[in-house]
Design a protein around this ligand. Structure first.
Ligand code: SF4
Length: 406
């Protein structure tokens, strides 16, 4: 186990470091990157597809889509762009901005290597963190990939990180998902076939291209080998980003981070609550965006969830009725429930059945998942609030929510 401190985020490793290798002293410039990882091999599209398939590589954003299937969905010719989605709009997540800031060449290797293999002339990197954008721009000055590579700033709103919202921004439009659900592999950047994935996916591709499938599979699960980056926060003594083998027990990560006992939120604010960390191994799709939040036992769980519900409602892009009105209604339901009004509980149960699957993006579905799992896991707290108007604990703000967000 290693502990690193860089760019105001604690970095730690359980097991063998791969993505975080060579970052003990901070940002890896081109020289340090090459001395740590070696040169990037020149692979073909068939090579990337075979490697991604052999190790079952999945995207490291929220959707965890298999990379080999995404590659297979692209046409044989005419691929317009490779897009690195570094919007990282979950307020707790740090892993992608950390990679862009400290290991920019690893991300660039993954993106440019794949762009060359696909014959895509453009590489676009969407970032909303200023330090990360500066680091990538500096890295680009240290290399010549023979491609048109652009770094574009994106807004920090939650739904601005959705793939189609990112494409809209890159084309000069608004940072909201368009009404239609279309795959970027068919109609992406300027309606042309595009390979779009999350920052960590490209760093993993760069590692996979160098190691090959056999060495890549020397850690992690047989069904999903390799490592993963997790962002751990909340009621923990050591918040930060951890690289672990895939399949590591959640309990080990919690102990490693000095987490208080109590419920755990897995997968961020579109994720689900667990009553405790026992008996769970961390793998996709459950781990989703790699965010783990410990709640502890000192703060009112329903009050914490209500705070986050206000933020989630404030992040709606305001264009789909079930999302705008449904999330606002759920905020009101949870407000009444926290105050001990049984109608709040009944209305929340009813609205949670109506919201999912009716928006142009997954924001209402993810928000409903988060709130529904809270009602399940915090059943005893619901009972206390309804019988006594409180669970006896104040809301301490353990779950981070951006200030002034609503
Ligand atoms: S579902 Fe909500 S967040 Fe998504 S596009 Fe519609 S209004 Fe915007």
């Amino acid at each position: 186990m290693t502990m690193l401190q860089a760019s105001r985020v604690d970095l730690r490793v359980i097991g063998e470091p791969r993505l975080l290798s060579g970052l003990d002293h901070g940002r890896a410039d081109r020289h340090r990157h090459l001395s740590t990882h070696g040169a990037q091999p020149d692979l073909t599209r068939a090579d990337y597809t075979k490697l991604a398939e052999a190790v079952g590589l999945r995207g490291r954003g929220g959707a965890a889509f298999p990379v080999a299937l995404k590659l297979a969905d692209l046409p044989a010719k005419g691929i317009e762009a490779v897009v690195v989605n570094g919007s990282e709009s979950e307020p707790v997540s740090r892993k992608d901005r950390l990679l862009l800031t400290l290991a920019p060449h690893l991300v660039l290797d993954g993106a440019t290597g794949l762009a060359r293999a696909l014959g895509a002339p453009h590489v676009l990197i969407a970032v909303h963190d200023a330090e990360a954008a500066m680091s990538i721009r500096e890295a680009l000055m240290e290399r010549d990939d023979g491609l048109a590579i652009e770094v574009r700033d994106t807004p920090g709103r939650f739904v601005a990180g959705e793939a189609r919202a990112v494409l809209s921004v890159l084309e000069g439009g608004l940072a909201v998902p368009p009404g239609r659900r279309v795959l970027p592999t068919r109609k992406g950047y300027h309606r042309r076939p595009t390979f779009l994935s999350n920052v960590e996916t490209f760093a993993q591709l760069a590692v996979l291209a160098r190691l090959g499938s056999k060495r890549f599979s020397s850690t992690g699960l047989i069904s999903e080998p390799g490592t993963q980056l997790l962002t751990v926060d909340g009621a923990v003594q050591r918040p930060g980003v951890i690289e672990t083998p895939i399949g590591v027990p959640l309990e080990a990560v919690m102990q490693f981070s000095g987490a208080a006992a109590g419920p755990v939120l897995l997968g961020g604010y579109h994720g689900r609550w667990l009553p405790h960390s026992g008996g769970v191994v961390l793998k996709r799709p459950d781990v989703s965006s790699g965010i783990i939040l410990a709640l502890g036992t000192d703060s009112c769980p329903l009050g914490e969830v209500h705070r986050v519900s206000q933020w989630l409602a404030s992040q709606s892009a305001g264009q789909c009725g079930p999302c705008v009105f449904g999330l606002a209604a759920l905020v009101d339901d949870f407000d009444r429930l926290v105050k001990g009004d049984p109608s709040g509980w009944h209305d929340a149960e009813r609205h949670l059945g109506l919201v999912p699957g009716r928006g142009a993006c997954a924001h209402p579905d993810g928000s409903a998942r988060f709130l529904a799992s809270a009602l399940e896991v915090f059943g005893e707290d619901v009972r206390l609030h309804l019988s006594s108007g409180s669970c006896g604990r104040h809301v301490k703000g353990v779950l981070p929510v951006p200030r002034g967000a609503w």
